[in-house]
Design a protein around this ligand. Sequence first.
Ligand SMILES: [Mg+2]
Length: 252
Amino acid sequence: MLKAILFDLDDTLIDWSGFGAQWEDRERELMGRVFDYVNRELHPLDDLEDLLGVFRKRTFSAWETGRSSLCAPHLGRVMVETLIEAGVPAECVDERRCLEAYGWEAAPGVVTFPDVPAVLELLIEHQVHIAIVTNAHQPMWMRDRELEQLGLLDYFPECRISAADAGYLKPHPHIFEHALNCLGVQASEAVFVGDNPVADIAGAQGAGIKAVLRVRQPMSPMLSGLIVPDRAIHSLAELPDLLDEWFPGWRG
Ligand SMILES: [Mg+2]
């Protein structure tokens, strides 16, 4: 019996293909806000580029560790370490306030895929629980602001999980189990939908959840022999028919 659909966020529910700016420019803008906040309220800093250099080095290292251990990077921890390395006294650094200054929001050009709202509404109408499970290094309260701007937050009152909060990155089973527990459903009663073959497909299957690949680009030949999604779809609009096939009567 179908009880829940778990969705990846980036490039599954929201489309990053229209993000025209360089990531480095966006990062400079966000860290510029932190630089201004720290200078104004905590401690004099010399140079934004120096701060950015430390931040990038520590971010890179946190993701490197994450990829090898699946322990999730956490933007707040990276931020605190960065500021301390830049000379800000540790006792002055409040993670939450620094992240508030950074102020994550929807990046320019990022939009909700047009096929998403109707499918979410259909699932909700038929009492299917829905959740977001993202490999974001931001705590979920930051991504929530973006979800609100993109018109998605109200669809997911029950369960939104970022890797930063869960402590583990997909494909680690812990983050999937965390989502199932949050919704009170069994793996066999859930389906995962995501665009990343390793994180989403191998990860969900490893946790015993049927996995649907939202195809954004052809899977690399190296992976395609190793990872086989339970189904591949090109649009979320294909999901209801697939559920009819797997869980006959779910709309009942
Ligand atoms: Mg994704």
